[in-house]
Design a binder for this molecule. Structure first.
Ligand SMILES: *Cc1c(COP(=O)(O)O)cnc(C)c1O
Length: 432
């Protein structure tokens, strides 16, 4: 932990021991485990500490220069810097930095672009989409009408488990959606934004690219940009962008920008989280540094290395590999008996944190699954490199192999690997 964070926890302990102790335990958990959840990262002390400031005291409803409360002079300047840096990162003309989260950014964009009941096209959750892209019980599936485009599912297809762009066009022709969504939570391949724009143009849809997962790779030059193809881009700020938890909306279109600003406030939200917006500005500043390019490239290099090392150990990587920061591991090629739920639990006991994840066409239910999703953004932040990915793959395989043998071998192996994970983590401290 960085020294300011420990001072803050010590200070907090004097007024609220229970919470301070739990925060300290969580810091210790993060420091001594390998974080392979693809949507997580470790922020810098600067990003962390901008959040814990007096900016939280203030109401700043509205936008810079047009607030509904007095006393916003510094808040205006902070939000303006955040917006300018966001625009610079993506090379676009308009940014809204106020969404409290990625899902709320999407909700605001839906509100700006569609009447309730309108049809939109997206990838379904079980194939790697996000719940805000049309899940039945989410706002997106309750107040709008989702239609879904498929992947190539055939086991012999050369582009198995990749987006079927012809089918995207066919779905658009058939359903004439108002919005076409691309961008996913569990898709390991490059997204062809140009092809999506062609599909959108053919049916008169607006293209929304939700780059929540890959935003940092885009900014760091490790994935093609959705601009100039997408009409609107949404993202989280806490995944590969390595900022505070939050959302961000971008566009090049002035008319759409006006609609989006209105939809965020007063449409979806009240007062903005100005302490988080300050932290977003700090994170964006870090993303604009040259070192962030090296980080983004290393994230991808590490993901390839991890995928390769797992393939050597007889795991199947869906779609045959990865182009970005994440991979879906099909556990069944290692053993028919392996499930995602068991793997997640066993690996956690060894200090390796990941999540079970359905693979395309998964025969098992979502609570069980046949896969795990692994990502390299957080371990790359700690400084792990390709050669360390081989070590991580070996840890993973030892734990899963032991789990297949039974409870007692599993207990012995997880205890040993847990210590080895601790040692590895000591070599790669958290950002400080
Ligand atoms: C993570 C994610 C989101 C939502 O982010 P929250 O901040 O958790 O609401 C939206 N879209 C995609 C594709 C995501 O992966």
């Amino acid at each position: 932990m960085d020294s300011l964070s420990s001072q803050i926890i010590d200070q907090l302990r004097r007024s609220d021991r229970a919470i301070a102790d739990l925060i300290a335990k969580e810091a210790e958990r993060q420091e001594t485990t390998l974080e392979l959840i693809a949507s997580e990262n470790h922020v810098s002390p600067a990003v962390m500490h901008a959040m814990g400031t007096c900016l939280t005291n203030k109401y700043a409803e509205g936008y810079p220069g047009a607030r509904y409360y007095g006393g916003c002079v510094y808040h205006d300047q902070i939000e303006t810097i955040a917006r300018d840096r966001a625009k610079q990162m993506f090379g676009c003309r308009f940014a809204n930095v106020q969404p409290h989260s990625g899902a709320q950014a999407n909700a605001a964009v839906f509100m700006a672009l569609m009447e309730p009941g309108s049809t939109f096209a997206s990838l379904v959750l079980k194939d790697g989409g996000h719940l805000s892209h049309g899940m039945k019980i989410n706002f997106s599936g309750t107040y709008y009408k989702p239609v879904h485009y498929p992947l190539h599912y055939g086991v012999d297809h050369p582009r198995r488990e990749q987006i079927d762009y012809d089918a995207v066009k066919a779905i658009c022709r058939e359903h004439k959606p108002k919005v076409l969504m691309c961008g996913y939570s569990a898709y390991p391949r490059v997204i062809d934004f140009k092809k999506f724009r062609e599909a959108a143009d053919e049916c008169g849809a607006l293209l929304v690219a939700d780059v929540a997962h890959i935003a940092g790779l885009i900014v760091g030059g490790a994935h093609p940009s959705p601009f100039p193809h997408a009409h609107v881009v949404t993202t989280t700020t806490h995944k590969t962008l390595r900022g505070p938890r939050g959302g961000l909306i971008l566009t090049d279109d002035e008319e759409l920008a006006k609609k989006i600003d209105k939809a965020v406030f007063p449409g979806m939200q009240g007062g903005p989280l100005m302490h988080v917006i300050a932290s977003k500005a700090v994170a964006f500043g870090e993303c604009l540094q040259d070192s962030f390019k090296a980080y983004a490239a290393q994230v991808v290099t590490n993901a390839r290395a991890l995928a390769g090392a797992l393939v050597e150990r007889r795991y199947r990587i869906t779609s045959g590999g990865t182009d970005n920061h994440l991979m879906l591991v099909d556990l069944r090629t290692r053993s028919d008996k392996l499930t995602g739920a068991d793997a997640e639990k066993w690996l956690e006991a060894a200090g390796i944190i990941c999540n079970k994840n359905g693979i395309p066409d998964d025969p098992r239910p979502p609570r069980v699954t046949s896969g795990v999703r692994l990502g390299t953004p957080a371990v790359t932040t700690r400084g792990l490199r390709e050669q360390d990915m081989t070590t991580v793959a070996e840890f993973i395989d030892r734990v899963l192999a032991a789990g297949l043998e039974g409870e007692s071998p599993l207990a012995t192996t997880t205890a040993t690997v847990r210590e080895q994970v601790r040692d590895l983590c000591r070599k790669f401290p958290m950002p400080h």
